[in-house]
Design a protein around this ligand. Sequence first.
Ligand SMILES: *Cc1c(COP(=O)(O)O)cnc(C)c1O
Length: 805
Amino acid sequence: MATPVSDQEKRKQISIRGIVGVENVAELKKGFNRHLHFTLVKDRNVATQRDYYFALAHTVRDHLVGRWIRTQQFYYETDPKRVYYLSLEFYMGRTLQNTMINLGLQNACDEAIYQMEEDAGLGNGGLGRLAACFLDSMATLGLAAYGYGIRYEYGIFNQKIKEGWQVEEADDWLRYGNPWEKARPEFMLPVHFYGRVEETKDGSKWVDTQVVLAMPYDTPIPGYMNNTVNTMRLWSARAPNDFNLQDFNVGDYIQAVLDRNLAENISRVLYPNDNFFEGKELRLKQEYFVVAATLQDIIRRFKNSKRDSASTTISFETFPDKVAIQLNDTHPAMAIPELMRIFVDIEKLDWDTAWDLTKRTFAYTNHTVLPEALERWPVQLMETLLPRHLQIIYQINQNHLDRIAALFPKDMDRLRRMSLIEEDGGKRINMAHLCIVGSHAVNGVAEIHSNIIKTDAIGEEYVKELSQLQKLNDLVDDDTFIRDISKVKQENKLKFAQYLEKEYKVKINPSSMFDVHVKRIHEYKRQLLNCLHIITLYNRIKKDPTAPFVPRTVIIGGKAAPGYHMAKMIIKLITSVAEVVNKDPVVGSNLKVIFLENYRVSLAEKVIPATDLSEQISTAGTEASGTGNMKFMLNGALTIGTMDGANVEMAEEAGEDNLFIFGMRVEDVAEMDKKGYDAMKYYKELPELKQAIDQIKSGFFSPKQPELFKDLINMLFNHDRFKVFADFEDYVQCQERVSKLYENPKEWTKMVIKNIAASGKFSSDRTITDYATEIWGVEPTDLKIPPPNEPREAIEETARALKKM
Ligand SMILES: *Cc1c(COP(=O)(O)O)cnc(C)c1O
């Protein structure tokens, strides 16, 4: 039952009571001292906090190793169907505390030690965090699953705020070493690029290629208290030792060694775009790199499991019964033509057989509806980089169009719409279409995730089974429980306020409403709408400083893609408004605005449990699901949101009256698109909107540079695709209802309880259970793999039990 902040967040709360036995503590201490001495070569006099972190991490890792080996051995011997989750992003965050919880090793370790760990920030936002949650859930549900991706040397950039602007810093997360990974140079695999296709009498041959090596790094993925440890395998690019030393560069040895960087750049850095397709050659190389290395691994493992069958030629007939590959968006879509290439060119299967096997192997998850996010690779680039794959894609398209033409004769418009190749402008390959025709299952995102506040009112069953949360409904009118829940929230807020004061020297009023809007900065996510509300509140206070006001701390955080000018201007506007509001003595502690620097997984884990009000205010029809919305719900925040993405299901589960729903519905937006959106109309009709916009335009928030926000203003009036003004009035009114309820703490908390009780559906364990049965054809199990200190026969017994099920 994980989610973006992952299941383990809720487990964190429970295990504090300490499952750790005395003998475990003693053993842990021994391991810790041994690693401090032998691994870190330090004694207590010179050891730093970081040394303590590494010593503890290595100790905890030691506890995983036996279970890890045992699990893999178990898979080898029982040969279950394997599930492969292919993703260009795994946004893992920190590992130590979660791993201790999963092993039942959690004890009162100094928080500061956990904080020494670097986030594994190999993701941008929801898509990457989802992949991380799914790995956790697949292990918890006992699936023989693998995550495959790229070991970026630099993850998502670190965001610094300087004079109100976002400044990017490289995320050198491996600088001090990564105790969780194990390099496997012995399993290095070649990946080919460029070259040409030669037609021979026994089929097409891809020749004269340039080779880059893919070095695997394995990270253990422990399930929750079930002794299962799965593998996340990330590939790192290595130049072959003869790189550039064969032909034309002979003699320039130094230059050849320096040029090894060219090959190794493939895994250098994560592209920092969220929901945006940039179309760079290096990115296509990354996408093919992970796909080519992973498929070799998958096929090697498949053939290996057949090693002892009587026949010498291996049959691929059973491939889809043994292998399921899930594509996390279109980023790994090249896996489809790559598997076809392997089947047809290398394994010599006929096309139709190969295609049938391929389709039955793949499933694809779509993550976005924004057109600018859809991957459409230029045919020319594909032809240069992967000429054989382009041929295969053309063949797939030909067969696909033939089928459509047979079904819908003379429907040229349909053929054009459904083609894998788009002809308008330069020729491009529509990767979503490729995924749809190459998969047997296609799904969108929605319904997932978790993380919860500390309480034991319903026992601990919910830790494995979030549907148990429904039991909380019986406690909605229980005064003691209401007090407990609000106390936990108050403690979380206090802790976060202390963190902010310590790290950023900002002081906030812990009894104010924590109104939180954290996610990537995007026009469609409408941080601007929130900003206009803040300005409106400010103007109301200024107009009548003695009028009653429900105090708020508005916290906005998120990274802007470095090349996204408008998103960077939005950050600058928020920090500029904050500067004015926070310094105004008339406002005092009634309204504070914080821009939360460097929002990332480990910061989400701090801010979400401290939130009262969750902002989920995208234009209806633009957020495919969202996952942040679910994390907040599960953590005892109320939602102000539009009827968009999973907000819709949240309202369905909790009842629409238990969320603050406002604004246009999808139909209203569509209607407005037909009639035309007139921003000026709202500006003229709504005095508070007009005042806020006039202030931004006149330099009220940027007195040294009155023109600073002219691009933003121009966008809002003339090309606002996300119709900020159209929802302003309803949003502000809805916020008034929020404030009114917040004045009544008991009623507020009752609504919180109803939300938590309704949040079980959004568990990623629940989602993965559905994927397992509906898409992958595998069965979740709560069987525990016998731990390494039990006799080998125990493994055979568990295997037999599994077969009977
Ligand atoms: C969950 C999460 C996201 C996704 O948030 P949305 O509100 O769904 O966009 C982004 N970043 C981090 C660090 C997260 O934990």
